[in-house]
Design a protein around this ligand. Structure first.
Ligand code: AMP
Length: 283
């Protein structure tokens, strides 16, 4: 595996790869890698002649400075995991390579309602930051396919919108990889490293609540089902940002279900001071 820190150098290298008609798969991450990240990487390695991973803890997507400061870093272990998984190139840029003019007055994106619902409502500015970093990384790496985790369901929709807004959808495909879970159902996440033993034992309640929605959902009004999920999480010690059922395509929140519409249940909640998100496609 070759490691690059400089945007122009990796870009020049990848241009040669493209001229040799090799397909490039790209896995953007913020590091502190776990098996969820590696499942994206494995997918790319299986389907492309060259796989590029980036590790960059993007300051512009953190609406909470404390969350940014506490974001886990484990670069040596990350390099080991990537190398053992067949990653070809690793891009670890300093912030100045992604934002040469600093982080003020960056590009903005018209994401419409997608940035005012769910994560957008509770993390103002977060998806602008996601678009800023992903747009820059795509311009540098120019992959055929970007690999994203279903774990960040709304982020997948936002990046699809970003590709449409920038016309990058003409050259870049999105592939979404299912959420990897721990044996008790907890969705793998870099933030899980910050959970105390007690919080970790409670954290599994999020996936239990999603499973319960999946099992008990019936056509008609879903408000009671949502309220009982919120109650259960609060009783277990969570501070809940949202439990929401939404159209799986548009992500527009729904209170009634006709039994046929393709839907997804999404949760965001704090246990201690760690914010966890998860989702489950229902049908
Ligand atoms: P992050 O490092 O959190 O920015 O995540 C980088 C990529 O890995 C994103 O596309 C995430 O959706 C994906 N990812 C994170 N956790 C998981 C997981 N448990 N299973 C599958 N993909 C994941």
């Amino acid at each position: 595996m070759v490691i690059f820190k400089n945007a122009k150098q990796i870009s020049d290298f990848l241009l040669k790869t493209k001229h040799n008609k090799k397909s490039i798969g790209f896995v953007p991450t913020m590091g502190a890698l776990h098996d969820g990240h590696i499942s994206l990487l494995n997918r790319s390695v299986a389907r492309n002649e060259m796989t590029v991973c980036s590790i960059f803890v993007n300051p512009t997507q953190f609406n909470d400075p404390d969350d940014f400061k506490k974001y886990p870093v484990s670069i040596e272990n990350d390099i080991y995991l990537l190398e053992s998984s067949g990653c070809d190139l690793l891009f670890i840029p300093p912030a100045a390579e992604i934002y040469p003019g600093g982080t003020k007055n960056l590009r903005t994106y018209d994401l419409g309602y997608l940035e005012t619902i769910l994560e957008g409502e509770f993390r103002p500015g977060h998806f602008q930051g996601v678009c800023q970093v992903v747009h820059s990384l795509l311009e540098i790496v120019m992959p055929e396919t970007i690999y994203l985790g279903q774990k960040d369901y709304q982020q997948c929709k936002v990046i699809k919108k970003l590709l449409e807004l920038t016309n990058l959808n003409k050259t870049v495909n999105i592939e979404i990889v299912p959420t990897m879970r721990e044996s008790d159902g907890l969705a793998m996440s870099s933030r899980n490293k910050r959970l105390s033993e007690h919080a970790r034992s409670k954290a599994t309640e999020i996936s239990k609540v999603l499973n319960n929605i999946q099992t008990n959902i019936k056509p008609g009004n879903m408000i009671l089902l949502i309220h009982s999920a919120v109650d259960h999480l609060e009783t277990s010690g969570f501070k809940v940002d949202y439990v929401q059922i939404a159209d799986a395509e548009t992500l527009k929140p729904l209170s009634d279900w006709n039994g046929k519409q393709h839907i997804v249940a999404l949760v965001a909640a704090f246990i201690d001071d760690v914010r966890l998100i998860d989702n489950m496609v229902i049908n």
